[in-house]
Ligand binder design. Structure first.
Ligand SMILES: NC(=O)c1ccc[n+]([C@@H]2O[C@H](COP(=O)([O-])OP(=O)(O)OC[C@H]3O[C@@H](n4cnc5c(N)ncnc54)[C@H](O)[C@@H]3O)[C@@H](O)[C@H]2O)c1
Length: 343
């Protein structure tokens, strides 16, 4: 199996989980960033066969895909930070749109038989209407990051309809998930890493958009959806009358504002008087409300979220606390995956 984005937050968890399930995992990503604590602490360099390469480089990517001939590709590599997409639009589009097109093309010309193509809930045209987005809703983006994800989905749709449609079963799918939290994410300008760093350094937490509402879910929730999709397409279990795109989000009651989730994380950490400040120099557009309709995944995949918001926050805070207390994170992460499955 080939996973792209294995040095990132979701890709590290996915590669680790797949390896625990007994899969031979081939990883493709850029070199780990300085604070990629998951890739290092989950010992992925020795658990998977890792290639450090840029997916914008078609020739090198194609060489690896041709050489490894994986039975399935999980594509997660992306420039995933909204603020970064404002600073560096060109490289964001190059990675998220052209890099993702390179993945589709390598998949096509090497006759790889299965693909799970991960994008984002931000691929939907969000006009701040109070609605849950369905897989059939219109794609679009009012900012660079959202447009890059909508564009990746449009190109996915074009490849799907041109090359991968006429089979009895689905083999090529895209997955759209919302705001993911969980242990080990250290990326700047993401809410949980920002909170953990401010708690650890005993500094006020700065929030940009405290009123923005997001569908918070633990990282294991969408990953369980991607794995289920992968399993079903590998075993030819999804009829081709189904559209290839799938939403994975929490129950509506998990949709809370950035301010509320921050308070919950702070309280769960045990520092209830920790100070929060609002950044009024908020320069770029972010949608106020975003939530996903997950009826299709529930009905067709029998997938459903396992953790309520309290456990989502607890799983997240427990991971960072154990990490900061120098615990064995391979053991802890294995146990947390098991605890998730027992829910
Ligand atoms: N984390 C979230 O809350 C969230 C929410 C919705 C969607 N997503 C999407 O899920 C996917 C994974 O997200 P994440 O949180 O793990 O992101 P991340 O930023 O933590 O990791 C990104 C990964 O992609 C790799 N990458 C980036 N540019 C690359 C390039 N040019 N060539 C090769 N590899 C490259 C990085 O090396 C890293 O391994 C992304 O597509 C992201 O947009 C994430």
């Amino acid at each position: 199996m080939l996973v792209t984005g294995t040095t990132g937050f979701k890709g590290s968890w996915l590669a680790f989980w797949l390896q625990q399930l007994g899969a031979k995992v081939i990883g493709v990503s850029l070199k780990p960033e300085r604070d990629a604590i998951l890739f290092n602490n989950l010992e992925l360099k020795k658990r998977i066969k890792q290639y450090f390469l840029d997916i914008r480089n078609f020739k090198k990517l194609n060489y690896i895909v041709k050489k490894e001939k994986p039975d399935i590709i999980f594509h997660l590599a992306a420039q995933s930070i909204v603020s970064e997409s404002f600073k560096n639009p060109l490289s964001t589009f190059q990675t998220n749109v052209l890099g993702s097109t390179n993945i589709l093309e390598c998949y096509r010309i090497n006759n790889i038989s299965k693909l799970v193509f991960i994008t984002s809930d931000k691929c939907y045209l969000n006009l701040d209407k109070n609605k849950n987005y369905k897989e059939t809703d219109i794609l679009g983006g009012l900012d660079n990051y959202s447009s890059s994800k909508a564009s990746a989905e449009l190109i996915f749709s074009s490849y799907f309809n041109s090359y991968f449609k006429n089979k009895d079963y689905l083999s090529t799918v895209s997955a759209r998930a919302g705001n993911v939290i969980g242990g080990g994410d250290m990326k700047i300008n993401r809410i949980v890493p920002d909170i953990i760093k401010s708690l650890f350094n005993n500094e006020s937490l700065i929030l940009r958009n405290p009123k923005a509402t997001r569908p918070w879910q633990h990282v294991l929730e969408p990953l369980s959806g991607y794995l289920l999709l992968g399993h079903k397409i590998l075993h030819k279990k999804l009829n081709n009358r189904l559209l290839p795109s799938w939403n994975f989000g929490p129950e509506t009651k998990n949709c809370k504002s950035v301010g509320e989730i921050s308070r919950k994380v702070i309280n769960s950490w045990g520092k209830i008087n920790h100070r929060i400040k609002i950044d009024k120099k908020n320069l770029y557009h972010e949608s106020k409300l975003l939530s996903l309709n997950i009826q299709k995944a529930k009905k067709e995949l029998k997938w459903q979220p396992r953790l309520d918001l309290k456990d989502t926050v607890k799983f997240t805070v427990d991971w960072y606390k154990n990490y900061l207390n120098d615990q064995d994170m391979v053991k802890f992460t294995k146990e947390q995956i098991q605890e998730y499955l027992d829910n």
